[in-house]
Ligand binder design. Structure first.
Ligand code: FES
Length: 174
């Protein structure tokens, strides 16, 4: 079959015209904001609240205390492990706090005092409380959020931040 030269030329022009429009649209969508628009973007840094959780005297070694941080919708535990650990706070470096929402699908985690892990009843992920919440087993794809702690001269323990994204949130501080 012989092609009509006029139709072929028309087709080429339409193709090129639409291609140029698509390229211009893509450029507009991916353009990096400049000047005032860039200045209006929110800063990436999050200001965490400081929240008093307990006093050292309130804790017994290897007995987790339920807490909430950074707000009441975010449950966690505060544990005095009895031996210095990475990320541990306090005079003995043994105070740690973690979210108890599993990072996989948000099931509530349970503390196992035998091996000092937090364990998920949903799909059996396990997190090591002596290694900054490192995942040691299961379906989760991130470590457990660890709440960073400070301890003042009176022994009051406060949470001051979190090092991973808490389950179900796009940002930890809402
Ligand atoms: Fe915890 Fe799936 S919800 S492993």
């Amino acid at each position: 079959m012989k092609e009509c030269p006029k139709l072929v030329e028309l087709g080429r022009r339409q193709f090129l015209g639409r291609g140029a429009l698509a390229a211009a649209g893509a450029a507009a969508v991916t353009a990096v904001p400049s000047g005032a628009a860039r200045a209006a973007l929110p800063a990436a840094r999050v200001d965490y609240p400081t929240s008093r959780l307990a006093n050292i005297k309130d804790l017994k070694v290897n007995e987790p205390m339920p807490i909430h941080y950074p707000d009441m919708d975010s449950p966690g535990v505060l544990v005095k492990l009895g031996a210095r650990v990475p990320g541990g706070a306090g005079p003995d470096g043994d105070l740690v706090a973690y979210s108890t929402l599993c990072p996989h699908k948000g099931y509530p985690l349970a503390y196992d005092a035998k091996d000092r892990t937090l364990n998920c009843p949903g799909h059996f992920s396990r997190f090591d409380c002596e290694k900054e919440g490192q995942q040691v087993w299961g379906h989760a794809t991130q470590n457990l959020p660890m709440f960073r702690l400070t301890v003042d001269a009176k022994g009051d323990i406060s949470a001051v931040g979190a090092d991973e994204l808490i389950y179900g949130r796009t940002r930890n501080v809402l």
